[in-house]
Ligand binder design. Structure first.
Ligand code: APR
Ligand code: PHB
Length: 390
């Protein structure tokens, strides 16, 4: 039997960040993760951070490499009808974005937990959550075939969309909302210099394309594809040809290509579970909500949940009551729904949904309006860099 204050299920960015922030504030936690450390740190995910996420990573003590290697982007490009509109994020709302891979964040947090002597148990099976309505919940799990238990004050579900914690609560107490989009993203990672200094989101009649990066020598590119597409259908050559065809000429002719080092297809979905607290169980990050990747809000929302929860736990353990913990669900959900709206809107604006010209004409009209109207550009910029914390 292991005793701790906070039991965290899942060692993705949410779980590790929460554990590390709690540790720096004198609160003990144990993290239980189904996969191996290598697996968790090898997953390729998005890599675009709002300033609030950067601040939280700094507060967790993992800002050093991020600030050294992260690329600061003051603007972003929207490409449509063969033209490019640059949204000057810094000029419009005073903030920039930081490009730093989620893979690197997970490594930095994993190293920080080890350096601090934290308990992260990898490769555990059959996690079951009990007693969330009591003052001492218990988590049963198996490690190397041996059954064990963690007894704690609070349980935090950081176990992603397919995790066990959301499914542990009685169905009658939880409401879920879901929208599945009729397309997917094909992502390619390649060691070639990025086509431009900033990100390019392209609306094209053949479908959406995104040019992102991980460093000055490593590019991350995406193409809208169908959910039925398989990675084997997409040779590197087909990918580069298709990407070129969806970019404005100025970028297409400059783009450097090379062998892919990773290629994957991800479906797009919006999903929200409410509330995000059930007795002594709190849901955080992908365990409670999923956004489509357009705008890269997933990790940033997870970090925003962690921000509210760790402050509530500090208040509780410092004997200042549970007001913040009681507000966790409503405060987190207020931000979740705004990011759900923005990522749904940005997805809808940029992707090809059907052959219907009317829908494409409306997208182009909205993009033109965005390019002409400082008010519309500012509304975009405010959401893209991340809304202020209230
Ligand atoms: N028991 C233990 N661990 C589990 C279980 C389980 N039953 N089910 C899932 N997990 C682990 C997964 O293996 C994974 O490592 O929980 C972790 C969840 O991590 P993520 O899916 O990365 O979710 P989260 O930490 O909330 O990260 C936020 O932001 O950019 C987005 O989707 C992207 O992962 C990203 C997310
Ligand atoms: C990425 O770099 O992987 C990325 C960037 C921006 C997005 C989505 C993904 O909107």
């Amino acid at each position: 039997m292991i005793r701790t204050q906070v039991a965290i299920i899942g060692a993705g960015p949410s779980g590790l960040l929460l554990s590390q922030l709690l540790h720096r504030n004198g609160i003990d936690s144990v993290v239980l993760e189904r996969r191996s450390r290598d697996y968790v740190e090898g997953r390729i995910r998005a890599g675009l951070l709002e300033r609030g996420t950067v601040e939280l990573l700094e507060a967790a003590g993992v800002g050093e490499r991020l600030n050294r290697e992260g690329l600061v982007h003051d603007g972003v490009e929207l490409a449509f009808s063969g033209r490019i509109h640059r949204v000057d994020l810094k000029a419009l709302c005073g903030h920039a974005m930081t490009v730093y891979g989620q893979t690197e964040i997970t490594k930095d947090l994993g190293d920080a937990r080890v350096a601090a002597g934290g308990t992260v148990l990898y490769e555990v099976d059959d996690v079951t959550v009990n007693g969330i309505d009591s003052a001492r919940p218990r988590i049963a799990f198996s490690s190397l075939g041996i059954r064990d238990e963690v007894e704690c004050d609070f349980v935090v579900g950081c176990d992603g969309f397919h995790g066990v914690t959301r499914r542990s609560v009685p169905a009658a107490t939880i409401t879920t909302h879901e929208r599945v989009y009729p397309f997917a993203w094909l992502g390619v990672l390649a060691d070639v210099p990025p086509v431009a200094d900033e990100l390019i989101y392209a609306n094209h009649s053949r479908g959406f394309a995104l040019c992102s990066m991980r460093s000055r020598t490593r590019s991350r590119y995406y193409l809208q594809c169908t959910p039925a597409d398989r990675v084997e259908d997409w040779s590197d050559e087909r990918f580069w040809d298709e990407l070129r065809s969806r970019l404005p000429e100025a970028h297409a002719i400059r783009m450097q290509t090379g062998p892919s080092i990773e290629k994957s297809i991800a479906p797009l979905r919006s999903f929200v579970a409410e509330p995000m607290r059930f007795g002594r169980l709190f849901l955080v990050g992908d365990a409670a909500h999923i956004v489509p990747p357009t705008g890269a809000k997933g990790l940033n929302l997870a970090a925003a949940d962690v921000r509210v929860l760790y402050q509530g736990l500090i208040e509780f353990y410092r004997g200042r009551g549970d007001r913040l913990l009681d507000e966790y669900s409503s405060r987190a959900l207020a931000r979740v729904w705004k990011a759900t709206r923005f990522s749904w809107w940005f997805t809808t604006l940029m992707h090809r949904f059907s052959d219907e010209p009317f829908a494409h004409k409306l997208q182009l009209a909205e993009l033109e309006y965005l390019a002409e109207s400082p008010a519309a550009s500012r509304a975009f910029a405010e959401n893209y860099v991340g809304l202020d914390f209230t």
